[in-house]
Design a protein around this ligand. Structure first.
Ligand SMILES: *Cc1c(COP(=O)(O)O)cnc(C)c1O
Length: 414
């Protein structure tokens, strides 16, 4: 008798994906149809229906007072940015390249705010000339922005990114609390704001980002309460109202086995409570959240093709034409400590019984290139299509596409 082969669980497949003619369907189209339309694998498919639904869920849960910004770095595909244009209130960017992408999508720069450390003078100039808001990350950056504004004869729109003394608990990537390259330490913000006001810049308020990829509503609610308290205290110390407060985001999506979806309704209820009871310093302040992966992560699926099926020492490998050069995060090499399986499926046999245990790997010549370990999946042959879910954020643009020369994946919005 053969010893049973050990399996490792897969992450949860996001809601809204089903089978059509036995295959995975995205946006009502079969996987094989999408691959044919793209003319190649690997392929990222982004679903309009998922993007629309996620924004509607947010609008229904959040108080109308709180706007939704899209953090472009999560997925800067031109069709995705253009699709988000009428859906969200603002766009958060982190480079002049992303500014150009929003401009190409016809987005008014007045809706754009530019955060990120190490903004070059030419980037500051481009943003000031366009009328985007600069979320200044340091005193030096604020001084350079004001000098550039004077040189080109345009009043810069300036907010301050605050480095708060607290962070979003359980956050995948911590970006606040203690020494950081991001933002201005909270105790130095009032003096800098007064300087910005005295220089005649267009004062836009504060940006407080406390972390990313949190699945705990309690942690998010606590961080948002702390953000509002800190913003009110700083507004009092500055002695001028805050036109705007970007409250950060950090709403996460489930990627791995045992991750459960964020309780958005709970976050919404808490925000209704906060908004009903805002400190007077924030009474006139425009509020927004900035979200990347929560808006786009579950809307994307990465499709790649099985090129080889082989056995080594009793382990079956599905070798695909995809890999970490497009899906670094799914390989476990983008900010995770322990490698766990993303949600993966055999797109060609989406509703078939799972009775085969395989390791799904990419085509790169490195042992790091793994897409699923010891996965229980329907049997797949050479030519079949594999789907990796949760590929809508930090996929194509956050993976080393030049590594090993296979080139970029195709991308398509359906
Ligand atoms: C990366 C980033 C975001 C988006 O984070 P998500 O986890 O994708 O929501 C938002 N704001 C700032 C300042 C960021 O650096």
């Amino acid at each position: 008798m053969k010893a049973p082969i050990k399996t490792k669980p897969l992450g949860p497949i996001p809601a809204g994906y089903g089978a059509l003619g036995g295959e995975l369907a995205i946006g009502g189209r079969m996987a094989s149809d999408l691959v044919e339309a793209a003319g190649k694998t690997p392929l990222f498919v982004y679903s309009r229906a998922h993007l629309d639904r996620r924004v509607s869920e947010l609008r229904a849960a959040l108080p109308p007072r709180i706007g939704v910004n899209y953090a472009v770095k999560a997925n800067p595909h031109p069709a995705v940015i253009a699709h988000m244009e009428p859906l969200v209130d603002g766009f958060d960017i982190a480079s002049s390249g992303e500014l150009a992408m929003t401009q190409a999508a016809g987005i008014d720069p007045v809706r754009v705010s530019f955060a990120g450390p190490g903004k070059r003078d030419d980037e500051l100039e481009m943003a000031i000339a366009a009328g985007a808001t600069l979320n200044c990350e340091s005193e030096g950056e604020a001084r350079r922005s004001i000098a550039i504004g004077q040189r080109i004869g345009k009043q810069p729109r300036i907010a301050i990114r605050v480095n708060p003394d607290f962070e979003l608990k359980g956050s995948g990537m911590k970006m606040g609390g203690g020494a950081k390259p991001f933002g201005v330490d909270a105790e130095r913000v009032p003096a800098l704001a007064q300087y910005i006001l005295a220089q005649g810049a267009d004062w836009r308020g504060l940006h407080i980002f406390t972390g990313s990829q949190a699945l705990s509503a309690d942690a998010i609610i606590e961080a948002q309460g702390n953000v509002l308290k800190l913003a009110a205290k700083l507004a009092d110390e500055i002695g001028a109202p805050l036109p705007k407060l970007n409250m950060g985001g950090g709403l996460g999506i489930p990627y791995f086995p045992n991750d459960s979806a964020l309780d958005l309704a709970a976050v919404g209820r808490a925000l209704h409570g906060y908004v009903a009871d805002l400190p007077s310093a924030l009474a006139e302040t425009q509020l927004c959240l900035e979200l990347g992966r929560y808006l786009v992560g579950e809307a994307g699926v990465y499709l790649c093709r099985v090129i080889d099926r082989k056995v080594s020492h009793g382990t079956t490998y599905l070798v695909t034409d995809g890999g970490l050069h497009h899906q670094l995060a799914a390989s476990g090499n983008f900010g995770t400590v322990v490698r766990r399986n993303y949600p993966v499926a055999i797109a060609s046999h989406f509703d078939a019984e799972a009775d085969d245990v395989v390791n799904v790997v990419g085509c790169l010549c490195t042992p790091l290139d793994r897409l699923a370990d010891q996965a229980l999946l329907p049997a797949a042959r050479v030519g079949d299509i594999v789907a990796v879910f949760c590929a809508g954020a930090y996929g194509a643009s956050a993976s080393p596409a030049a590594f090993l020369g296979h080139g970029p994946a195709a991308e398509m919005l359906v």
